[in-house]
Design a protein around this ligand. Sequence first.
Ligand code: ADP
Ligand code: MG
Length: 872
Amino acid sequence: MQKNSITKKYQNLVSQINNFEDKFQTLTDNELRAQSFKLKKQYQDSKDLNSVISESFALTREASVRTLGLRHFDVQLIGGLTLNNQKIAEMKTGEGKTLVATLAASLNALTEKGVHIITVNDYLASRDHASMSPIYSLLGLNTGLIQDDMSKLDRKKNYNADVTYVTNYEVTFDFLRDNIALNSKDVTLRPFNYCIIDEVDSVLIDEAQTPLILSDNFETPVDKYIIAAEIVEYLEPNVDYTVDEKNKNVVLLDKGSQQIEKILQIQDLYDTSNPWIPYIINAIKANALFNNNVQYIIQNNRIVIVDEFTGRIMPDRRWGDGLHQAIEAKEKLPIRQKSETQAEITYQNFFLLYPKLAGMTGTGKTAEVEFEKIYKLSVDEIPTARPTLRKDLPDLVYKDQFLKWNAISKTCNEISSKGQPVLIGTTTIEKSEMLAELLNEYKLSYQLLNAKPENVRRESEIVAQAGNRGAITIATNMAGRGTDIILGGNSIFNVQKELYDILTLSRNYILSKDMNIFQSPLKSQFRCTSQNFLSVLLSLLKDPMFLELSDIGILRALKENDTNSIPDLPYQCAIKFLIDELKTHYNKNQKQENQIVKNLGGLYIVGTERNDSRRVDNQLRGRCGRQGDPGTSQFFLSLDDNLLRLFGGSKVQTFFQSQMLDDSPLESEFLTRSLDSAQQKVEERAYQQRKNLFDYDEVLNKQRNVVYSERTKILNKESLQKNIIAYGEQMITDLLLEMTVQNYSTKQIISVFENLFDKHFLVNSDQKPNGFQQYLFNEFWLIYQTKINEFKVHGDGFCESMERNVSLLNIDFIWCKHLQEMSLLREAVSWRGYGQRNPLYEYKREALQAFKEQSRVVKRLIINEFLSSSVL
Ligand code: ADP
Ligand code: MG
């Protein structure tokens, strides 16, 4: 192990952990578990986790050796310590971060307050949960898993576990949904405790560009979108409008406005009582800046956003402020209702809700500033367990796209014909398909993986097999992130796939009463199987419970059986046996193949363009050279790549014109430097945008915390009587003050309250305001008591639940309105000419005012509604 400062920093703790090893090896499983309970007790007494770190880490390591046969390397212990220290552990791809998380998770689970391990998709959550649970279970800790299709009840159960595996998306939406729940039974999450985010840069940076929104639909002026889309076809770029590609913005020129006013036969495009301008601007943007198969795809007549960084589709996200509808109009698709935000939060502010936060990734260092500034997370680079053998070749730069893509396909042909596997990363779906066409010309077979739905399903499987001998895999940016590319193929995937095919096909034969399965196409599937295998398979196919499983059910059964849990039904036992048989077969095969591919030089990574951040490039490079494997990475670039074109500056262009006389590629220091600085410019810009989102959200975030914590209290209180009385008194005080400021006469004031309480007051009109306030409090109290008595007739708890419902519904209603208002305000401050004033400052000031007003209004609404409610 290489000695660096981080190794030194944790030297003592690592040797303490190592010192426990001999002792723990002699314990039985039960004794090991007892040791874990002892630590729990120790923590409950002392409330000090630090004093049990080394013992807990050593226990987890021993549990892992016994259950999975994996012994945490010392560098993995350092990774775990870094996680427990609330930092980001940068550990290269393939270093075993999944296993690293178990150390910090088991330790923090001793608090019994729950640990969340966040992954980027459901597949990874379920894979990591399944593969790591045996460790936790040996230690007496239970685990939970959240998946997209789960019910509230199941979610709650799984969040109550000691360690829960869940995606960033699910946990954030559960949080938002919990905060519109009307009953404490519907709340799924416990208070947050400790959270480890895997692929932390993907979650906290790439996905933190837009807030997550929980929404309801409302009326949309569909016609305006359609007309605006038609009008844009008559406009000419640079005459009627200009496009700023860098900032993703458009500006309508005077000539354009006049033209549009003429077509629409209106006086003023900017008239606020008949707003057209937002529709026009969005229509121009939709036309000039958004392209099918680049920023979005069309699926089932809908526009689905493609994440520009990861190349993944984001089915539940929509562009805000009418842009999504404008694109729908452009593509002549049905225009979906604009939705009303019920709750929203950014990932930035969501994850800051955890009192203890940590993350891991292969690529974090280049984004360290952002992690520190926004999340107060620093990045520690953990040395690799074995030295890295990857060769990063210098970039090759071509004169144009044509030469570049030809060189890429030629390289793919040469490399793969030797048997060395190639993985090509592309930035858009369009380009991945274009490359596929080129490879067709070479008659090469390849796997194409992009955000299109037909491919996403197989994403992990395709990536997992990218290390097969001679395999060519084309993938958009970070597709299949988190999946292990093993040289010579991934035997676990092979086993699952093979068995799935055998089971579904042969079951279908049985169900169709065609018993001739051995004459069927299945025959080839049996080539590697023993007699034992066949007889167990046949007995399985007679099991009625098995025959009842759907294809998905079979897939689940396979996955569940692949863990170390003990199956309890006969058909599960049979599947387990079949898996073991196939595993033996494939593992033998895998070892040979692995050696062959290693000798060929390992995985060859081809980059087809520098990405918008160094991080994404490094992510691609990092797919090879796993755990000391050999591997090569090479980027192919061209002068007209977006990055150079938009951010290269004029010097680069001049340089090229002087150099590029023929078709051969160029390598130059100057060029690499220009590329690096262009890339940093883009990174900086993207960071500023996220920082901006974060700064604006900060105000809303404080307000959200106030509202949500008030809400949670209301949800959990037995009785709200004290709240209602306080609200009522507050309302009276506020109203009195308002009316005094506005110089109302005492008589007027009395009549306002008479109306409000629906009652005639027996006071004389020159009563002193001070005593009057107390009088009003008493009156309010009396009316409230009458109401309570009225409701009591309807049974125990009726009044309480009435109070709760009225309070929560009004809080939600007002919060929702406040969110709309804030979104309008955000837009307004960016348009409004504030002169020298700072829009963010203005926004904050007005947001605070609005919030104060809302909290006054909500109390009034609750009181009014409660006092006027009755049961028929
Ligand atoms: P990462 O998330 O860092 O890219 P993974 O968690 O996917 O890496 O692990 C990569 C591979 O390394 C897995 O096949 C895993 O079983 C293996 N691995 C992890 N830790 C160890 C260890 N201590 N000893 C042996 N193999 C390990
Ligand atoms: Mg991983």
